[in-house]
Write a protein that binds this ligand. Structure first.
Ligand code: MV4
Length: 446
């Protein structure tokens, strides 16, 4: 096992990794920008190193600085968290080339899943259902139109190097095709430096269901059930829950087993998420994320498994001790992402936290790096904390969430808590029948 790990991240996930390390007896090194000198992760880590100025490109994305910090502190492994360098294959490669362990999958697997065309081909060839679509990249207007007419409208043009919804174009009439295709390619080029696009049949109102998977260096692979992340706004998740209120136990086992089989066949190592669209009782592979995700606590709460500790153990070469027989799903969990934003306009609201009180009690978890007197810097993501609750049933869980939201106090900055309070009063949410468009449509008529 590693003696010392460097955490190449900030905020609540840096703290989350420090906590896992402390419990398993690993020393931690926090790296931080000058804007984060007062961060809780810096205080809680055993050591800290300043790696650059506020701008992420000069600090949390500064590979030479991070590798130097690892070398001077004698860290053996680097945990990238989520965002920043977590899905940067070049970083993963450089970490390994400099003699450290990257706590994550092999660089080749990050590369493969980062290319959405290759990811889809891989998923299909290894047995996962995919959305009917073009056979890989679409190189011309004629080829694209031919597919659209054969598959039937509407279709969706996607960027091969995209993800997170950027560079997508829905086409409902064939006359719109040419312009949409040219725009999609030039936007893909501008955003990702790659104008490769592919086309899929457009699903009108799916759910976003993602499956947590894990592989190790010994050929073992498991799934840990799904999370329903359909409650989103502009591709930012707002509420996540598990299990999904619309998926049967039989369907969970079926799609989960298929997902684990893909991981095993790929020889994938570490934590991963298989993102699926779910519509009319069918699953369709969408993308695979090769990192730990913001919403991993939902899975931790219903399985009792520390996913960060598992990542570290797997990276150190230990075999997974989790298997079909000893993984038990218990109850229901919901997470809300608390952003320092205006709950009406979603404009970021950085600044000093003057009052802070977190909820507590049975089945309650508050993952955050903020504290009373802390100043939220304006340079990074506005997510400042996650409230996660567990209950025996979805209903108990929702009641607990409502109670916890009213108990939480964050003063000095605006937060999205009033939005969350409202969501848990909406009958569509309570029914569980919401899809990826529900929140945005509902907000438009609020
Ligand atoms: C889709 C889709 C409908 N049909 N693909 C958005 C992010 C990117 N990763 C894939 N996305 C979608 N792909 C087909 N064939 C709808 C979306 C989509 C979406 C998916 C998940 C969560 C939120 C979303 C919001 C808008 C569109």
């Amino acid at each position: 096992m590693f003696k010392k790990i460097l955490i190449a991240n900030r905020g609540e996930i840096a703290l989350r990794i420090i906590r896992a390390c402390r419990e398993i007896g690993i020393q931690t090194v926090a790296v931080h920008s000058t804007a984060d000198a007062n961060a809780m992760a810096v205080r809680l880590a055993d050591e800290s190193v300043c790696i650059g100025p506020p701008s992420a490109k000069d600090s949390y994305l500064n590979i030479p600085s991070i590798l130097t910090a690892a070398a001077v502190t004698g860290a053996e492994a680097i945990h990238p968290g989520y965002g920043f360098l977590s899905e940067n294959a070049m970083f993963a490669r450089m970490v390994e080339e400099h003699g450290f362990t990257f706590i994550g999958p092999k660089a080749d697997h990050i590369d493969k899943m980062g290319d959405k065309v290759m990811a889809k081909k891989t998923a299909l060839s290894l047995g996962l259902p995919v959305v009917p679509g073009s056979d890989g990249a679409v190189e011309s207007v004629e080829e694209g139109k031919a597919f659209a007419l054969k598959a039937g409208l509407p279709v969706l043009i996607k960027a091969a190097s995209g993800g997170g919804g950027k560079g997508m174009k829905v086409i409902r009439k064939i006359e719109e095709f040419e312009e949409a295709y040219r725009t999609a390619r030039s936007e893909a080029k501008a955003n990702f430096g790659d104008d490769t696009v592919y086309i899929e049949k457009y699903l009108e109102a799916p759910k976003h269901i993602e499956i947590q998977v894990f592989g190790d260096h010994h050929g073992n692979a498991i799934h840990l059930g799904e999370r329903d992340c359909s409650t989103q706004r502009r591709h930012q998740k707002v509420v996540e829950e598990g299990p999904s209120p619309v998926i049967s136990h039989a369907d969970r086992e079926k799609i989960g087993t298929l997902a684990a089989d893909v991981i095993r066949k790929m020889g994938y190592v570490g934590a991963g998420t298989i993102e699926m669209l779910y519509e009319n009782g069918e699953f369709y592979f969408m993308e695979m994320n090769t990192r730990i995700q913001v919403e991993h606590p939902v899975t931790e709460m219903i399985t009792g498994i520390d996913l960060i500790a598992e990542q570290i153990k797997v990276a150190a070469g230990e075999p997974l001790t989790l298997n079909k027989e000893n993984i038990r799903f218990r109850g229901h969990a919901i997470e809300i992402r608390i952003n320092a934003e205006d709950p009406q306009t979603f404009i970021p609201s950085p600044g000093k936290i003057t009052q802070f009180h977190t909820p507590g009690g049975l089945g309650v978890r508050f993952d955050s790096a903020i504290y009373q007197g802390y100043s939220i810097p304006p340079y990074y993501d506005s997510m400042v904390g996650k409230l996660i609750v567990h209950g025996r049933t979805r209903e108990e869980c929702i009641n607990r969430m409502r109670r916890c939201i009213t108990e939480t106090v964050v003063e000095g900055v605006k937060t999205t808590l009033p939005l969350h309070h409202w969501i848990f009063q909406q009958e569509e949410f309570l029914s569980g029948e919401y899809n990826i468009h529900w929140l945005e449509k509902k907000l438009a008529t609020r």
